[in-house]
Design a protein around this ligand. Sequence first.
Ligand code: GTP
Ligand code: MG
Length: 370
Amino acid sequence: PETIVVQELANRMAERVADVVKALMKMGVMATMNQTIDADTAELVIEEFGHKVVRVSDSDVEQVIEQVEDKPEDLQPRPPIITIMGHVDHGKTSLLDAIRKTSVVSGEAGGITQHIGAYQVTTESGAVLSFLDTPGHAAFTSMRARGANVTDIVVLVVAADDSVMPQTIEAINHARAAKVPMIVAINKCDKPDADANKVRTELLQHEVVVEAMSGEVQDVEVSAITGKGLDELLEAIALQAEILELQANPDRSAMGAVIEAKLDIGRGPVATVLVQHGTLKRGDIFVVGEQWGKVRALINDKGERVDQAGPSVPVEVLGLNGTPEAGDVLNVVETEAQAREIADYRHQAAKDKRAAAGAATTLEQLMAKA
Ligand code: GTP
Ligand code: MG
């Protein structure tokens, strides 16, 4: 059965847990903040608070209530989150490196940059853009599978000397499934054997019609090596972002998605988190997947310690009790007891699910043998 812990429900709605308990009482449901309620009851509560229910997956306990809407007056503009995708070696990382070099604002240049796979850049016209470099699309896929759709725009990198390849097509399908607008960056245009028109024609076969072919998908010829077309690419992104009118509420308890996580010998578990709603602060208590923690330090993409991170900002989070997974959702909660409770609950639920899956397999195997 689909259930949710009362605290978690309050957290996802950014409402006080006491108010949620009160609302439940009015409906004749007596539950403490640590108790679970079923999805239908949760839905009634969500509507009672004037939020919208989005059911992401009916089968996944954790995703019964994935997102709630903020009140319009609480929303503020936020930077777009751009994921760079494309076939192996087509120049995703080089392109991102080149973009960062050309657009780092003076004063920041020369600083040691942490490689966290997520960066913010400021364009010459002052637009702030958040970039994700996702090798193998693993993070993107698992995040989408978990309903945490972090990407606003996909930049599809296609090398002009190699044209459309299997992972190019995969990336197109990802963007389509996620309903995310795409911008095509035709890279390596400095190479003598570069053929940008071949790329455009082959994209047509996959129903990607670029502007140069009278379609609606913006396409830009670039070179990560010479820097050709980079300003144009940034402009194309900024234009697309403007159309999307992206907003978030910075004044609620933070929620974000894990881009990558690792166990660092010196620092313990470290997660790179992209904040989606609210502002993550030092000292915040949080749950993230089956783990929980208290923010000991936040480190930005320039390797600097910061006190907080608002919507669309990628940061490294220190202070975790365990290593979460890419795609896990981070939610700030009120107390350590709650954090531990939710993490334990999730851990148990995941264990039960695995056990059930294991049992089903065994049964299948038995049937197959019979
Ligand atoms: P994966 O992360 O392994 O999928 O690769 P990637 O897409 O990030 O490609 P990467 O940036 O690592 O570049 C692959 C190779 O192509 C490197 O040797 C780059 O120097 C080269 N390269 C990337 N962009 C350009 C370009 O615009 N022109 C030329 N001539 N070479 C490039
Ligand atoms: Mg790369």
